[in-house]
Design a protein around this ligand. Structure first.
Ligand code: TYD
Length: 203
């Protein structure tokens, strides 16, 4: 049986990363083999590209091309082989982040991103996407308590408000695979919402 590609999305500070290990444990307890990975990154080449994208200044088209180049390598070298072996692949961010950050955040052209998506993914889409949704102001307060920001985390609240709108648009265009998780509240409250969604979508 082919594995499932399960992606996790949200603006910086939404708290998605802290739940991925718990989802991995939940799947393992349900008898699944699991691979946990992230974007940009997940292979040596893609991790090198991640360093550039997160820390070097560049124009929005260069940024979009680099995240798609990283994604192509990640899909070919790691994601597709793991799915073919029957593993569930948990990926911390995927293409919805490109539409949200490079598209809505940087103001980059949607149709061009769709063209790149088609070339790079050749029809591959996540089976389920958990979008941790949080107002940009609340995410900014959470980020203020965290470590030194990268190029994206250093953006202002207006940028993240646009990114959130970008996720909203993608969730409407891809309603079947999107599960919206209200990310307000404590970690336990968010986990309670996520675990009932897991029962519904992945059991
Ligand atoms: P993030 O996933 O938040 O990792 P960490 O928790 O280690 O900070 O960081 C990745 C950053 O990359 C995030 O700010 C969003 C950005 N990003 C894009 O701009 N486009 C993309 O296509 C992807 C996958 C990520």
């Amino acid at each position: 049986m082919r594995g499932r590609l399960i992606t996790f999305e949200g603006i910086d500070g939404a708290g998605k990363s802290s739940h991925i290990d718990a989802v991995s444990q939940w799947l393992t307890q349900n008898g699944r083999q699991v691979v946990v990975t992230r974007e940009p990154g997940g292979t040596p080449l893609a991790e090198t590209l991640r360093e550039l994208v997160l820390h070097q200044s560049m124009d929005p088209l260069t940024e979009a091309l680099l995240v798609f180049a990283a994604r192509r390598d990640h899909l070919q070298q790691r994601i597709l082989p793991a799915l073919a072996q029957g593993c569930d692949v948990l990926c911390d961010r995927f293409t919805d982040a490109t539409f949200a950050y490079q598209g809505a955040g940087r103001g980059f052209d949607g149709p061009l991103l769709e063209t790149l998506e088609g070339w790079v993914q050749e029809g591959v889409q996540p089976d389920v996407t958990f979008w941790f949704d949080l107002p940009a102001e609340v995410a900014a307060q959470r980020r203020a308590a965290a470590r030194a920001p990268d190029r994206f985390e250093a953006q202002d609240t207006a940028f993240f408000a646009r990114v959130r709108q970008g996720y909203l648009r993608r969730s409407q265009q891809h309603a079947q695979r999107f599960v919206v998780i209200d990310a307000l509240g404590t970690r336990d409250e968010v986990w309670a919402r996520l675990s009932s969604a897991l029962e519904e979508r992945l059991a």
